[in-house]
Design a protein around this ligand. Structure first.
Ligand SMILES: [Zn+2]
Length: 345
């Protein structure tokens, strides 16, 4: 989707600064993983897609979705963990027992003996999505033993790649720890994934949502990716660049657009609950529903990242993603993979 960024710069310099993430060039605060956190941002208006809203009102974006849909939902999965550690299974079992779910307690504790259970749950996720008509996007790591954050080999998961692709879903790269700052690492991980996939990997999201503006976008473009979907905050849901339409980011140092599409991330499962925002189900739904309604008003794309670890019976994350899919379907959303969406809008 072509956006006339010159007009945005001239008419609304405040929105231009948000769109280009100017403050990330100016503020040097970063967290322990090198990320710019929401708490360091001057922009407190995080739950409104202010830039996309303006562009839409001015007729500067005119998205068209297939089948007369009014907006889009992209459900994505970062796959960090495939095998559950035994202590996590015991902890989940105790959680089930506390809820009075004796079957759940028995299932979780017995699964300590089963290396592949319960997080090797890709087929369950696919059939749940089929029920709602969702074609999701899956980001897999391509790491090897000894590399930071290594948790599984591609050979552990390649057996499910055919099922994911046959379901009309997409597979992209979940870049490792150093990849967002290092072209060689990006190229190594991309080629590992493509070797197993047997085709080009065009989509990207970095582990921990690590992204340095504008360096990571430039490196991704050089590595030959089509799009990135890392631009979101870990510590708060919201519209980091004010955008909910796909766009080409601008490098303010070079004064030009970068040859990559950004599909910004708006909500990650763990952001809403215990790790960051500490919301209960109703509080989280209020935030999420408000964001979906605003995305729909400007015919945008709502992007969520749900880890496979949340798709466990009884988990609040599972209840929430079902609510999101159900609400978006009822409100006329197109729910295709990112790759399909980019081709369609
Ligand atoms: Zn990750």
């Amino acid at each position: 989707m072509k956006i006339d960024s010159n007009a945005l710069r001239q008419d609304r310099p405040d929105l231009w600064d948000r769109f280009t993430r100017r403050e990330e060039y100016e503020v040097s605060i970063r967290d322990m993983h090198g990320r710019f956190p929401y708490w360091a941002s001057r922009d407190r208006d995080i739950f409104r897609p202010s830039v996309s809203g303006f562009l839409y009102e001015q007729g500067m974006v005119k998205p068209e979705y297939p089948d007369g849909c009014e907006f889009a939902l992209c459900v994505t999965h970062d796959i960090d963990v495939v095998y559950s550690a035994p202590y996590m299974k015991i902890l989940n079992g105790l959680r089930s027992a506390r809820r009075g779910d004796i079957k759940g307690f028995a299932r979780e504790t017995c699964s300590v003996l089963d290396r592949k259970s319960p997080l090797y749950n890709f087929m369950d996720i696919l059939s749940l999505e089929e029920k709602y008509g969702v074609k999701s996007t899956w980001f897999f790591q391509a790491l090897e033993p000894g590399e930071p954050e290594f948790r599984y080999r591609l050979s552990d998961v390649e057996g499910v790649f055919g099922d994911i692709l046959d379901a009309g879903c997409e597979i992209g790269l979940h870049g490792g720890f150093d990849a967002p700052f290092n072209l060689d690492r990006l190229l190594i991980e991309k080629s590992r994934l493509e070797k197993v996939l047997g085709e080009k990997a065009g989509g990207y999201r970095n582990h921990y949502l690590k992204l340095q503006v504008p360096l990571t976008w430039e490196l991704l473009a050089q590595a030959g990716f089509i799009y990135d979907s890392t631009l979101g905050y870990n510590d708060c849901a919201g519209f980091r660049s004010g955008m909910c339409h796909p766009y080409r980011p601008v490098n303010l140092n070079a004064g030009k657009e970068i040859d990559i599409i950004e599909l910004p991330l708006h909500v990650m499962d763990m952001t809403l609950f215990e790790s960051y925002m500490r919301l209960d189900f109703n509080g989280a739904w209020k935030v999420v529903q408000g964001m979906i309604d605003l995305v729909r008003e400007c015919r945008g794309v709502f992007v969520v990242n749900w880890h496979n670890t949340g798709y466990v019976d009884g988990r609040i994350e599972l209840k929430m993603i079902e609510k999101v899919m159900e609400y978006c379907r009822a409100n006329g959303a197109c729910m295709n993979s990112m790759e399909q969406l980019i081709r369609q809008v």
